[in-house]
Ligand binder design. Structure first.
Ligand SMILES: Nc1ncnc2c1ncn2[C@@H]1O[C@H](COP(=O)(O)OP(=O)(O)OP(=O)(O)O)[C@@H](O)[C@H]1O
Ligand SMILES: O=P(O)(O)OC[C@H]1O[C@](O)(CO)[C@@H](O)[C@@H]1O
Length: 333
């Protein structure tokens, strides 16, 4: 039966969102569904701002970073009036299924919307943070690791030239996936992640032990510390000051920032985005609603939206072991 499907991207944009939109466009065309794209995240839903998505929109889309639908963080959607307005707009546009590509905040919003709208809601995980339970990875995460890794490679060149200590802050909101994997893949010397952060005092002792032990063994060499955002009190300035108190100076801070959200998606993100976009359209018209389509062991899975934020996703055990052996506990005291 013919369906009217709407899709939007919400929260932080992530490389691969366009690849997901492309897959949805093609799958809808094959199923003979009409596909609308709401622009600017939930703002578009409130303003009834949508465009028709058809095969003409798919050319070269798989390789484009950002999102052709634009994204936003929308305050109004968090209150009852906003949610009711969005529900009315969906009814008016005769939408059967709404697909939300975004992070856990976007999924919370989608779930709240379901209290006011009885159409089908399907979430697809898209965020560089990878902080969503129920899926091994989120769209954009692999590209962000790659971007952070190649930036740290460049930092190492200048760090080596001056035999300096560099602090590199990476994104991740309140999760350490991006920091841990960027640090391991760029052979950094130390990484600070929220999952193992007890206190600044404990962490600085460990860090100083590693720096001093490495310098005792190798002389003045570079030392790269990757720091997840929102962990160290007062960020890199606070950490620079803490190191100075241990007589470690000439430290340089680098905040990678939004560069981590940009760029053409790497193959892993394109594949994940394509699979999830196609699978979501397969579910249109089924009983499944208020669910996220994710991927576990390279198979598509569906999980209740609420699970994506109620359960916390742990860091990969083997990567954590590698972190200890190769970085944070490499040298014994
Ligand atoms: N509790 C909530 N109720 C209603 N809407 C919400 C809620 N939480 C978030 N939203 C909506 O979802 C939008 C996106 O959420 P948020 O800013 O947390 O990003 P996100 O989806 O988690 O993505 P990212 O992880 O990439 O930042 C918010 O701007 C808001 O419009
Ligand atoms: O672009 P904004 O709104 O400053 O948000 C930045 C946040 O968004 C993310 O890039 C994605 O959630 C986080 O890593 C970061 O904390």
């Amino acid at each position: 039966m013919s369906k009217r499907v709407a899709i939007l991207t919400s929260g932080g944009d992530a490389p691969g969102m366009n690849a997901c939109i492309r897959a949805a466009i093609i799958a809808c065309q094959k199923a003979e569904y009409t596909l609308l794209g709401y622009q600017h995240g939930y703002n578009g839903l409130l303003q009834q701002e949508h465009v028709s998505l058809s095969l003409g929109s798919t050319h070269n889309l798989i390789q484009q970073g950002g999102t052709i639908l634009h994204s936003a963080r929308c305050k109004e959607f968090k209150n009852r009036e906003g949610l009711m307005k969005a529900a009315d707009n969906l009814k008016q546009a005769e939408i059967d299924t709404l697909i939300v590509i975004g992070g856990d905040g976007s999924f919370r919003g989608a779930s709240k919307l379901s209290e006011h709208w009885d159409g089908q809601i399907i979430g697809i995980p898209g965020t560089i943070d990878n902080d969503i339970a129920g899926t091994d990875a989120t769209i954009g995460y692999f590209t962000a690791i790659d971007t952070a890794m190649s930036s740290i490679d460049k930092v190492r060149d200048t760090a080596d030239a001056f035999e300096r200590i560099f602090l590199v802050e990476v994104m991740g909101r309140n999760a350490g996936f991006l920091a841990l994997n960027a640090a391991l893949s760029s052979a950094a010397d130390y990484v600070v992640v929220p999952e193992f952060f007890e206190s600044a005092e404990t962490e600085i002792q460990k860090m100083v032990t590693q720096i001093k032990a490495q310098r005792a063994l190798k002389g003045a060499v570079s030392f790269i510390i990757v720091v997840a955002e929102n962990v160290w009190p007062n960020g890199l300035a606070g950490l620079t000051e803490a190191l100075q108190q241990h007589d470690i100076s000439d430290v340089r801070p680098v905040t990678l920032g939004h560069v981590q959200r940009g760029g053409s998606p790497v193959a892993q993100d394109r594949l994940l985005a394509t699979t999830l976009g196609e699978h979501a359209i397969k579910l249109v018209g089924s009983e499944a609603t208020n669910i996220m389509v994710g991927e576990v062991n390279q198979h598509p899975v569906t999980v209740p939206l609420s699970r994506t934020w109620e359960t916390s996703k742990p860091l990969n055990d083997a990567r954590v072991e590698a972190m200890r052996t190769l970085m944070n506990e490499r040298y014994s005291e």
